[in-house]
Design a protein around this ligand. Structure first.
Ligand code: FE
Ligand code: FE
Ligand code: ZN
Length: 274
């Protein structure tokens, strides 16, 4: 069973996202937990959640993926910014329990000149404050392109974060194809080697979801600009390999390509035709 979805606008609620997903040929979706710039979240509409859960069961949905606002910085230098990340993520995780057993992805953070060690320390500290033994949500670290002072463009860094977390069974990784290629993992020409590295350093059992994006920039560019599937430096071949890979093909995949809803529908068709 292929689980594929796209990043959808969360403005109309869960049921509406579920319906949009079905319309574009998807059986899962990703959404921002709140305005990507980090404003207040809409109150949870219990009737909407209930209707969605029923709809998702009927349509055999896979796990859905919530994405934290990308402006949060769990490695921030300033206490007020770090605190804001903590409050926001803690609130997001509380809300995620209304749609239990799904995934919550975040960009680990930027160390903004404090150095990688301090960055990792702060991210770990934040996670240790917000993770709860009773939560059903798995929190995912996204693999990053290594733009600026981003933490998490190397598998070793993700491993160090997971190692520092007390409730590490609540932690996993979301692999973004654009980001890892930009970061210097050649998933186009050496996919098996990259996965072997991932397995050795982090463990493939931690790999929970994929962001499938082509990239506007060449290998190791550390840029992070997504391109439509097949139209960037990764090209169709990279995604064919992923779709046919015994491990990767079983993971929920989410498009974050520069598309409107019709474009996503076309890309889902393209992926399925592979
Ligand atoms: Fe992301
Ligand atoms: Fe991503
Ligand atoms: Zn990106």
């Amino acid at each position: 069973m292929l689980y594929i979805g796209a990043h959808l606008s969360a403005s109309k609620g869960f049921l509406d996202m579920g319906k949009t997903a079905v319309e574009i040929g998807a059986n899962t979706f990703q959404f921002f937990t709140r305005n990507p710039r980090g404003g207040a979240a809409k109150p949870i509409d219990k009737a909407d959640v209930e209707a969605y859960l029923k709809f998702a069961t009927e349509h055999h949905f896979g796990k859905i993926l919530a994405h934290a606002p990308y402006t949060l910085n769990a490695a921030a230098k300033e206490d007020s910014i770090w605190d804001f990340a903590l409050q926001t993520m803690a609130d997001d995780l509380k809300r995620m329990e209304f749609v239990p057993n799904n995934y919550y992805n975040f960009h680990p953070g930027s160390h903004v000149g404090q150095g990688i060690d301090v960055g990792i320390e702060k991210i770990v500290k934040l996670l240790n404050k917000i993770l709860k033994p009773e939560q059903t949500t798995t929190v995912l670290l996204e693999t990053m392109a290594g733009k600026g002072s981003e933490v998490g463009s190397k598998f070793e860094e993700l491993r160090r974060i997971i190692d520092g977390v007390n409730l590490s069974d609540k932690m996993g990784v979301c692999l973004d194809t654009c980001h890892v290629y930009d970061a210097g993992y050649d998933i186009l020409n050496h996919l098996e080697d990259v996965l072997e590295q991932f397995d050795k350093i982090i463990g493939l059992n931690r790999l929970k979801t994929l962001h499938i994006n082509d990239t506007k920039n060449p290998y190791e560019s550390h840029k992070d600009r997504h391109e439509k599937i097949g139209q960037g430096f990764l090209g169709t071949k990279a995604f064919e390999q992923i779709i046919h890979h015994p491990v990767l093909s079983k993971l929920p995949m989410f498009l974050e390509t520069p598309n409107e809803i019709e474009g996503y529908a076309d890309e889902i068709k393209l992926i399925k035709s592979m």
